[in-house]
Design a protein around this ligand. Structure first.
Ligand code: FES
Length: 106
């Protein structure tokens, strides 16, 4: 387990998406209500950058073909229309400590 600071608490608003760099890898930070979630950055359908996506009713939407993911665990809520199953996103633990958001990136 290794915790990395990714940004200051309070910078993101509910529904914001943020591309963070940890150990030379890019991940996605999601703010949903008072919670932070962290997932892999690229859509598992066709590698679209999910920091350009959006949140709708607590779910993460890829704007390319509208795959929908649960930010809590990266699971697929619905694949793009007409596509078969797609893989879930990777999911990372987060915590807030001393005014910083940290991600457990291993
Ligand atoms: S690239 Fe994300 S739904 Fe197709």
């Amino acid at each position: 387990m290794a915790w990395y600071k990714v940004l200051k608490d309070g910078v993101m608003k509910d529904g914001d998406l943020f591309k963070a760099s940890v150990e030379n890898k890019e991940i996605l930070i999601i703010k949903s209500k008072e919670n932070y979630f962290a997932t892999s950055l690229y859509c598992t359908h066709e590698d679209y950058d999910l920091s350009e996506g959006f949140m709708d009713e607590g779910k993460l939407i890829c704007p390319n073909h509208f795959a929908t993911f649960d930010p809590k665990d990266g699971s697929v809520v619905s694949p793009p229309e007409g596509s078969g199953d797609i893989s879930p996103l990777k999911s990372y633990k987060t915590k807030v400590e001393n005014g910083e958001v940290l991600v457990d990136f291993q």
